[in-house]
Design a protein around this ligand. Structure first.
Ligand code: SAM
Length: 226
């Protein structure tokens, strides 16, 4: 499965989808990053970082800390590295979310945007994030494909890889079972106007896109007990 994900997201990287994902994800991703309340010395993991836009944004806050972006796709990581030469505190690693190549308690914060539901063993990945976070550490994860967001379900048949479809309650349970405390969920909304002449792309119709936007992105946060 990991090889299949690597090849699929390498295709995405070559097709320029790293940049289009940045455009699509940034409006809600930025709101989630604000919730992390990063300090200049924060140590941050970006799980499934893609082309690294969020890692760069977080590195611009954690100026004296450390930010690591990790992704299964070596071609996404290549693009992320090429775009990040101005950030000495930022590094990128190719790897699997289910076996994080980090020590226990290495990070103070973890972020993940639109990545969790691709992992074959999501529970293992969320346990791994808990392991690499220090006591009091905070994990914020955003997903757009979840049970309550019906218009997004059309992606399931469009995608070339299998995905998990969890409800907001299912995500809360996943975090709690991995040992996180203070687990919360909330919706984040993208205020960017939708063009009147929208003719699809990710959605079959403008109405679907509108309903998707009105439903919002799902942000799940959990803390490691101090
Ligand atoms: C939809 S993209 C989101 C990328 C980025 N977070 C963004 O918002 O632009 C999902 C990312 O998760 C990565 N991914 C999928 N499965 C993974 C796994 N098992 N371990 C690490 N990364 C994975 C993919 O390679 C891809 O870059």
């Amino acid at each position: 499965m990991e090889e299949r994900l690597r090849l699929e997201f390498n295709d995405w990287a070559r097709a320029g989808r790293g940049e289009s994902m940045e455009r699509g994800h940034r409006p809600t991703g930025e709101q989630a990053i604000v919730r992390l309340d990063l300090k200049e010395d924060s140590r941050v993991l970006d799980l499934g970082c893609g082309s690294g836009w969020a890692a760069r944004l977080m590195a611009s806050r954690a100026t004296k800390g450390r930010v690591v972006g990790l992704d299964i796709s070596d071609e996404m990581i290549e693009q992320a590295r090429a775009a990040s030469v101005d950030f000495p505190q930022l590094e990128f690693r190719v790897g699997s979310a289910e076996r994080l190549p980090f020590e226990d308690g290495e990070f103070t914060h973890a972020f993940s945007m639109e990545s969790l539901y691709y992992y074959a063993d999501m529970a293992q990945a969320v346990r791994e994030v808990r392991r690499v976070l220090a006591p009091g550490g905070l994990f914020a994860s955003v997903v757009d494909l979840y049970q309550e967001n019906e218009p997004a379900h059309q992606w399931i048949e469009q995608l070339n890889v299998p995905v998990h479809l969890l409800s907001s309650g299912g995500y809360r349970e996943l975090f709690t079972e991995a040992g996180f405390v203070e687990v919360t969920d909330e919706r984040l909304y993208d205020p960017t106007p939708i063009p009147e002449d929208y003719t699809g792309g990710s959605f079959k119709s403008r109405e679907d896109y509108l309903r998707y936007r009105e439903t919002g992105s799902l942000l799940i946060c959990g803390r490691v007990k101090a």
